[in-house]
Design a protein around this ligand. Structure first.
Ligand SMILES: Nc1ncnc2c1ncn2[C@@H]1O[C@H](COP(=O)(O)OP(=O)(O)OP(=O)(O)O)[C@@H](O)[C@H]1O
Ligand SMILES: [Mg+2]
Length: 296
C-alpha cells in the first residue's frame, strides 16, 4: 500500500475485497459468544517505538466480527500509530498482528495484497486526492486492485456514492467543491470501494457539526447492519461512543487500559477514564440517552 507525503493526496488508497484469503465470512450475530476465532483483528503484545519514544508497549486488543469498536485515548497516546501499524504503514518492534485469520508477517506477498483488498481505511488527515473528482477518488482502489472496464467502475462508483448518502451530482465534483460532511462521506465511499470486511475510521466525525456527526454515525451503523461490516473507529466524539459503538477500548499508559461497554467504562477506576466518561459533556449525553436514570 503506497503512502504519499503530498498534502493534496490521501495518505493511502482505500481498499476492498476478495475472498482468496482465510476466514472469509459474514458478520456474526451481535450476541454470539465471542472467542478468539471470532476476532477479525487480534493484536498481541504489540510494541511500537520511534527511537527512544516507546508509544505502544505490549498492547493487546481484539476486534470482533460485526462489531463497531470505538477506540479512545488522550491526544498523542498512539491511536493513529496503532491503526497505521496494523495497516503496515509503520514498523513495529515486537508483537503479533492477526487480521482476517492470517498472520500478516507469515503470508506471501500475493496473499498480503488479497488481505489488503479486504480492508477499508478513512484516515484522520488527507481524506481525498484534491486533483481528482469524487468518482475518480472512489475508483483509485478499483484501478489499483481490480481489472474492470471504465463503464463498470463508473457504475460501481455511483453505487458507492448512493450508499453513503451523497447525491449523484457529487460524483463529478472536486473535493474543494464539497462541504466537510460531504468529504467525509466521499472518503467513506472510497474506503468501501471494494466491499471490505473491516474498515478503519480515524476520527470520522471530527469537524462535523453535531447533526452531521449524528447522521454519519447512523450511516456507519446502517452499513454495519446491511453489509456486515466490522468497524474500528478512532474517535473523540462522545456521542458516537454512546450511540453507535458496541464496545469501547481506551488507550492509556501505552496499552489498552480497559475495554468493554459504556458501563464498563463508567465503572473503571482510572482518573482519565472517569473524567472522560463522567465529565460534564459525557453527563449530558448519559442524561439525554437514559431519561430519568442518569448513570451516576
Ligand atoms: N512517524 C512518526 N515518527 C515519529 N513519531 C511519531 C510518528 N507518528 C507518530 N509519532 C508519535 O507517536 C505519538 C502518538 O501519535 P498518534 O498520532 O498516534 O496520536 P493520537 O493518539 O492519534 O493523537 P490524536 O488524538 O491527537 O490524533 C506522538 O508522540 C507522535 O509524535
Ligand atoms: Mg490520531
Amino acid at each position: 500500500m503506497a503512502e504519499s507525503n503530498d498534502t493534496t493526496a490521501p495518505e493511502t488508497t482505500a481498499r476492498g475485497t476478495t475472498d482468496t484469503t482465510p476466514d472469509a465470512g459474514g458478520a456474526a450475530p451481535r450476541d454470539a459468544k465471542r472467542s478468539e476465532r471470532d476476532a477479525i483483528l487480534a493484536v498481541k503484545d504489540l510494541t511500537v517505538a520511534f527511537g527512544s519514544n516507546v508509544v505502544l508497549d505490549k498492547l493487546t486488543l481484539d476486534v470482533y466480527r460485526g462489531e463497531i469498536l470505538g477506540f479512545v485515548g488522550a491526544s498523542g497516546t498512539g491511536k493513529s500509530v496503532l491503526m497505521r501499524t496494523v495497516l503496515r504503514l509503520l514498523p513495529r518492534q515486537s508483537g503479533s498482528i492477526r487480521i482476517l485469520g492470517a498472520e500478516y508477517d507469515k503470508v506471501s506477498e500475493e496473499e498480503r495484497v488479497a488481505l489488503d483488498t479486504r480492508l477499508g481505511v478513512l484516515f484522520q488527515h488527507g481524506a481525498l486526492f484534491s486533483a481528482l473528482t469524487v468518482k475518480e477518488n472512489i475508483q483509485v482502489p478499483m484501478r489499483e486492485y481490480l481489472d474492470l472496464s471504465q463503464e463498470m467502475m463508473d457504475d460501481l462508483a455511483m453505487l458507492k456514492i448512493a450508499l453513503v448518502g451523497l447525491k449523484p451530482e457529487a460524483a463529478d465534483r472536486y473535493p474543494s467543491e464539497l462541504s466537510g460532511g460531504m468529504i467525509k462521506r466521499a472518503a467513506l465511499a472510497r474506503a468501501l470501494a471494494l466491499d471490505p470486511d473491516l474498515v478503519f475510521l480515524d476520527e470520522p466525525t471530527s469537524g462535523l457539526d453535531p447533526i452531521g456527526a449524528a447522521e454519519f454515525d447512523d450511516l456507519i451503523a446502517k452499513l454495519r447492519d446491511t453489509l456486515g461490516l466490522t468497524v474500528y473507529m478512532v474517535t473523540h466524539d462522545l456521542d458516537s461512543l454512546f450511540s453507535v459503538c458496541d464496545r469501547i477500548a481506551v488507550l492509556g499508559k501505552k496499552r489498552v487500559l480497559v475495554e468493554g461497554t459504556i458501563d464498563d467504562m463508567l465503572a473503571f477506576d482510572d482518573p482519565w477514564v472517569q473524567s472522560y466518561f463522567r465529565g460534564k459533556r459525557a453527563r449530558s449525553i448519559v442524561r439525554d440517552e437514559t431519561p430519568g436514570e442518569a448513570r451516576q
